[in-house]
Design a protein around this ligand. Sequence first.
Ligand SMILES: Cc1cc2nc3c(=O)[nH]c(=O)nc-3n(C[C@H](O)[C@H](O)[C@H](O)COP(=O)(O)OP(=O)(O)OC[C@H]3O[C@@H](n4cnc5c(N)ncnc54)[C@H](O)[C@@H]3O)c2cc1C
Length: 443
Amino acid sequence: MTQDIKEIVIIGDGFAAAVAFIHLLRRGIHCSKILLIGPGLLGKGNAYNCISPFFRLNVREDLPSVFSEDPLHFARWAKVHIDDSEAQTEAGYFYRRQDFGRYISELVSKELGSDQIDQIYAKVSNLYKANEYWCLEIDKLKTIVAQRVIIATGNPPPIWPCAVQNIQTAMSPSQLIESPWVGKDLGNIHAHEEIILLGGGLTALDAINALVGQGHQGVIKVIGPRAVFPPMQAGWKREGQPDWPKNLTPAKLVRFIRNYLPSAPTDSVVWQSAWEELRPNINMIWQQFSYFQRRILFKRLGWLWSLYRFRASPQTIKAYRKLEANKQIQFVLGRAKRIEVAQTVTVVLGDGSKVSGDRIFNCTGVGRDSLLSKLIADQIARPDALGKSIAVASDYRVSKLSGGEWDDLWMIGPATMGSLGDVIAASSIAKQAEQLSIQITLK
Ligand SMILES: Cc1cc2nc3c(=O)[nH]c(=O)nc-3n(C[C@H](O)[C@H](O)[C@H](O)COP(=O)(O)OP(=O)(O)OC[C@H]3O[C@@H](n4cnc5c(N)ncnc54)[C@H](O)[C@@H]3O)c2cc1C
């Protein structure tokens, strides 16, 4: 019986799972003691498994760092292994996401040497405790028993934010692109089609970069509550350190940030440098706030934070400006209430107005993680402050509904945002994985 019990199971196969795996191996845990469960190739996941060469990292080459002792590892690797004449900009090199995915795969292979990954290519549908072990159900077919579990299920792909009527009458499945992150249906688009982008963030900019890159001539309609895209990354540099006041409340925090930022354009070096000087302390401040305070802050400022925090690669903004100059882009303010599908696609907005096009991309952001929802429903984990995920402590242990934390269940990755703050970028996740591997190997 004990032979069937896995020592460590990592749920997920994306960047977070890969860096957790790499750091555990580097800390001396043999790969035979780790089982990975996830549907795809380790290290790719939702973010870096993209097919489209037009989808780029939104950060310059020195930022997605996997090893704290060698932050420029990727930048050096890229110089040798990436052939991409379009990567260089005034703000640094912005490489293709698929090349970053290749980098992570190479790191995994290098760390493994001649050993093999033990991976089950499936999704975990249920996780529960039986006596002292964790049981992981895989697609209801198989149950794995484990001593310790790391949840790294990442960013759930987008789902339509409203009802889609007559979905079966779509001219082709790619007329309705529910999850555009991979970029798989872009090649089939006729150059004169009218395209609707539902949502106006980085995913919409990726679609724009791809469409412009393949010579799109038709109109692109962007539907969203605001007619604004994230600013372009500038060549920012942290120079100073804010002198944070004591006893911050959300209102005082907002005031302090407002006063700290210079009155300069948000795509300028000076503005972005000040913004980036504020960021290193934000997680600590966030964690000091009560659940109530975090919810208020997120409700009031979540969209603004996302807008300025996740800035766009210069290549995507250049593509957007090209559309603007050609009068090929239109913003429609509003929120989708319903999508109707016939020969064309029509989005019915909250005020009853309609926007039609040949094809629609859902650029509305992350969906919902069914495993995390189940853990909350089954009372195994406590919901986090934002009610979107499960709560974790600062050492990534998952919080029990009954109080305290599990000693053998952790979570890393973007789903820890409600508990830990600004943890979505690759470098933050790699840091989490590194710290978790130290914790696990010291036990
Ligand atoms: C489209 C996109 C682009 C991004 N671009 C950047 C960028 O340029 N720079 C940057 O720093 N950050 C970027 N990010 C942020 C991103 O959060 C991190 O960089 C990182 O890639 C997240 O990795 P992850 O493994 O946590 O999540 P994901 O990449 O979402 O991978 C999670 C994986 O877990 C699998 N999974 C989910 N549920 C289960 C289950 N129940 N059982 C088994 N497996 C499961 C999923 O299928 C998926 O493959 C981007 C995110 C997205 C979505």
